[in-house]
Ligand binder design. Structure first.
Ligand SMILES: [Zn+2]
Length: 166
């Protein structure tokens, strides 16, 4: 609807224009630039759209601060009523931050890899050995003689053949 020339002047003369007293700019009298308001002389607000929003911003923050509890409760209710919306938002967030998350994981790994390796060593030495021993004992008790897996050394060379210790 609005045509701007290279100098930034509005080129079309058939649209009414109005001067915004706040930013001192003349803008075409269309809903694109002015917020409609019933009852006013020309059907629009006294200041342009951008100035109106700028002027409303502090009010909005104050409004939120005063009505925080109510606003939060309403949002919570909206989320309950419409869980798919939340799921979609979560998914969008997940995909949008995928690269950042991977990068963080990589960096975390390299910054802590000594510690992580030490834990892995500890885990292999203690937890897995305990598990393996329990597994072997159960097997051997059931079969009376060591199963072929134990003989083959699957359960650990040093313990192969020692299943009869109980
Ligand atoms: Zn303005």
């Amino acid at each position: 609807m609005t045509i701007l020339t290279t100098t930034g002047q509005f080129a079309c003369d058939f649209v009414d224009k109005k001067l915004c007293p706040k930013c001192d700019q003349t803008k075409p009298l269309t809903p694109e630039f002015w917020l409609p308001r019933k009852g006013s002389r020309d059907g629009y607000r006294g200041v342009c759209r951008l100035c109106w929003y700028a002027q409303q911003r502090p009010n909005k923050r104050r409004h939120y601060a005063r009505n925080r509890v109510r606003i939060c409760a309403e949002r919570q209710q909206d989320r309950r009523r419409n869980p798919e919306r939340r799921q979609m938002a979560d998914l969008r967030y997940h995909l949008k931050h995928r690269e950042r998350r991977l990068e963080y994981n990589r960096r975390y790994y390299w910054q802590n890899h000594e510690r992580l390796l030490a834990y892995k060593r500890w885990y292999n030495r203690h937890v897995r050995r305990l598990r393996r021993r329990r597994h072997t004992d159960r097997h051997c008790r059931r079969l009376a003689t060591c199963c072929s897996a134990v003989a083959a050394g699957v359960h650990g060379g040093s313990r192969a053949g020692s299943g009869g210790e109980n």
